[in-house]
Design a binder for this molecule. Structure first.
Ligand SMILES: Cc1cc2nc3c(=O)[nH]c(=O)nc-3n(C[C@H](O)[C@H](O)[C@H](O)COP(=O)(O)OP(=O)(O)OC[C@H]3O[C@@H](n4cnc5c(N)ncnc54)[C@H](O)[C@@H]3O)c2cc1C
Length: 379
């Protein structure tokens, strides 16, 4: 059994990136971070005609975006603030078009399986309040009776296989002329006279008109003036089981915050913990046993399945659980796209569109106000 957080991945990700020579040291836009937020931002910005470079301090797409479950809908969607739900739903609706636009030959294995939530009604919630919220954002749902009690069935929910999606985005970015710099940590953003000038790395300085901070849980270091504790990592542990025989699980199934995700190859991903443990990605046995036990209660056939992988990732959390997106109010050219927390994969196409629209002065499909950086700055 694998017990690590290496990027060989729950799906056996195929693409690895060579260290490119720097052929240009000046770009219109440098994106710091090659996770889902950085790569979708880079593609959306490249489409506007800008020259775009993406730096990652490690292998691109190997942090939270690799580690996540790939469910393209918020879990317990009705429990999120309206502005979080709005951007997540916009993202999930955009996925088919995003995937169709990728130019890579890599199939991200998007599967519309539906999601069944057992015991969905929490304290202070009613069937009517849940229905009203889901209907309000157009998430189709049905209340269904069953032997284990009434469940909520969301027939349109899909999942993707994260490492394959990240590889497809990377290939497409490369094909579209985005300059990718793996193993090139940004050490700081140089600011002169109140505007962005360059990004410093150990092997040289890359100049840019504008910089997008999309460094996930590590973003805080690049955003001057944040109140302490505004952005932080939230660890999530997961495991994958490979059933020896067909297990019959054909939908995402969830109860008490534990979910099962069937993959195209018959394996099942089980998630996830929500832990405030700093930047520690340790996989711990107690949490893993807890996840596995809950998974077997949810779908007893999984008790026969071998656990093949265990891993942890660091979600980019924000103090009010909203994404952080927009230009720094005191530094011209310093832009931010982070804070996806538990829904960063689902919302990425929508946050990238919003960022590109704001950066090019186009009308936005969503009101950007709730995501602005200024709400997190010390006054
Ligand atoms: C266990 C788990 C389950 C999840 N399940 C789901 C789900 O089912 N659906 C969903 O929508 N979301 C899910 N999420 C959340 C989602 O994965 C994240 O919100 C999303 O991946 C965040 O993407 P990101 O690009 O902001 O961050 P990341 O993917 O972490 O990318 C940030 C990148 O920045 C790079 N970086 C950091 N510092 C520097 C530096 N100094 N210089 C250059 N690069 C740097 C990192 O190396 C990294 O590649 C889950 C997360 C976890 C951990």
């Amino acid at each position: 059994m694998r017990s690590d957080s290496s990027n060989s991945g729950p799906s056996g990700s195929a693409v690895r990136w060579p260290l490119l020579p720097v052929t240009s040291t000046r770009f219109d836009i440098i994106v710091i971070g090659a996770g889902i937020a950085g790569l979708t931002s880079a593609l959306a910005l490249r489409e506007t005609g800008c020259s775009v470079a993406v730096l990652d301090r490690g292998e691109p797409g190997a942090e939270a975006s690799w580690a996540g479950g790939g469910i393209l809908c918020p879990l317990y969607a009705w429990r999120y603030p309206p502005a979080v739900l709005a951007v997540a739903v916009a993202g999930m609706r955009r996925y088919p078009a995003l995937l169709a636009s990728l130019d890579s030959g890599i199939d991200p294995e998007r599967m519309v399986t539906g999601m069944r939530i057992l015991d969905p009604i929490g304290a202070d919630e009613t069937r009517d309040s849940i229905t009203a919220t889901l209907s309000g954002v157009g998430i189709r749902h049905e209340w269904q009776p069953g032997t284990a009690g009434e469940s909520l069935w969301l027939p349109e929910v899909a999942n993707v296989r994260n490492p394959r999606l990240l590889d497809a985005l990377l290939e497409t970015a490369r094909a579209q002329g985005v300059a990718l710099f793996p193993q090139r940590a940004a050490q700081g953003v140089e600011i002169h006279s109140g505007r962005v000038d360059a990004v410093r790395t150990a092997t040289g300085t890359l100049r840019a008109e504008r910089v997008v901070v999309a460094a996930g849980a590590w973003s805080e270091a690049f955003i001057p003036g944040l109140r302490a504790g505004s952005l932080f990592p939230v660890r999530g542990q997961m495991l994958r089981v490979e059933p020896r025989a067909a297990n019959g699980l054909d939908h995402i199934r969830m109860k008490d915050n534990v979910y099962l995700i069937p993959r195209v190859d018959g394996s099942v991903v089980v998630g996830s913990t929500v832990e405030h443990a700093g930047f520690d990605k340790t996989v711990d046995d107690d949490a893993q046993v807890g996840l596995h036990d809950a998974a077997c209660r949810l779908w007893p056939a999984l008790a026969e399945a071998a656990v093949t992988h265990r891993w942890a990732g660091l979600r980019p959390g924000s103090v009010d659980e909203h994404p952080v997106l927009g230009e720094h109010p005191e530094i011209d050219g310093l832009w931010v796209n982070t804070g996806g927390f538990r829904n960063g994969l689902a919302m990425a196409p929508a946050t990238a569109d919003l960022l590109a629209a704001l950066m090019t002065g186009q009308p936005t499909a969503l009101d950007p106000a709730p995501y602005r950086v200024e709400r997190l700055l010390a006054s």
